[in-house]
Write a protein that binds this ligand. Sequence first.
Ligand code: AHR
Length: 503
Amino acid sequence: MHRIVLNADLGQQKISRHIYGHFAEHLGRCVYEGLWVGEDSPMPNTRGFRNDVVDALRKLNIPNLRWPGGCFADTYNWKDGIGPREKRPGVVNFHWGGTVENNHMGTHEFLDLCEMLGCEPYIAGNMGSGTVREMAEWLEYITMPAHSPMADLRRKNGREEPWAIQFWGVGNENWGCGGNMRAEYYADLFRQYQSYCRHFTPGQKLYKVACGLTNDWNDVLMREAARFMHGLSIHYYTVNGPWDKKGSATDFNVDDWQLTMQKAANIEDFIKQTAAIMDRYDPAKRVGIVMDEWGTWFEVEPGTNPGFLYQQNTIRDALVAGLSLNVFHNHADRVQVANIAQTVNVLQAMVLTDGDKILLTPTYHVFEMFKVHQDATLLPTAVQAEEYVAARGMIGTAGAGGTTTLSATPQISASASRDANGVVHLSLCNLHHADAADVTCDLRGMTATGVTGRVLTAPAMNTMNTFEQPNTVEPMAFGGATLTASGLSATLPARSVVVLKLT
Ligand code: AHR
């Protein structure tokens, strides 16, 4: 029996909706084919963006979308992506498959997409190979309402009003693909670049994101530059083993499943370590953790371009998503923004496309089920769950190329919130690959009169949606929870994600 205590009267912290952010890089078939098909495409589209994908994404209430990378960001010259499309130069996307990029999705198109999705843009500026002036001019182009050289160029390209933008990344992974910098050097450059990152619309402010890594780097960066940033970007990928043996996204055994759960759960240790360093320099918690790349990273689907990072998505990915989002909720005091990698056709995607066909992945459904937590008040929960996977020692991990210690992983992950209408939602994940889980939840500080829910589960560990059978993994009504004298009890199916609604 697993036990949860939900403290309904101790809620103080808001779960920022921005932890439900997404990421669309010029990588493989994410931007081109996945989102952008062009206005002349036979596929139904709105100003070049495919309608089926945009319609599906709109249902997720995406709060912000990060673009244009990723590693691509630090090679991107924004002036290549404005003006008449037929005159835009091609560039080689040397990080991702060496394809030639035609720049047809540029600043105007990306910001148009954000308006269609009703989300805020999060642009990662080029610090690795771009100049301070280029970054400053990009912001002038986007945000200047008055007449100025860049604002007038924007007008010449068809946009009178500036766009609303809040999130601005000063580089991406500048410790690696974004320039191979040292922490001290990046900290100084960040101070310099951010000085010229201005929002030119009166009354508007930028949320400036600095590029973090792991503990040593983050310590230097916070020490030298905390006062100039609003967010510290860190990345965490769930990778089964070394980079050259990541394992298949769909063909795996119980050991692989358990390792994935353990690696995914370890994101909490990474957040705690990062938060502890930030506490030294920012005890008031003004600066947020921006987990602007996270998710599973498996081997590409057989026969696809290795540089395109196209992977299928099973119920295992759904568990990683639910678990990670619960962790972000429970650390809402520091985690202000997060972006799953990536939106369409790349890594742990929401949507996969094949020509004019699309499918919604199990991960999509978790984001749809969990959206009730966006901007809701976190209700602290205590979880006493049985151990599912024992602790492991030092093991190679992703992101920063370092090592990590994998802790013991409980079978149940949980988080709860109260929305603006007073409705309480409890999210539960049963990480077990084969066993159902009996859970009790004591409700403190509230009396529930009704409980309903939805569940996402699947017949096997590697069940997925395919283009032939796109509805195999879908949320269903959940009848496995009942109210009790002290709260509720529930039986969670094996490998399931459940969201309960308490009224
Ligand atoms: O998301 C794929 C890549 O992973 C990004 O381009 C980079 O920032 C990270 O290493």
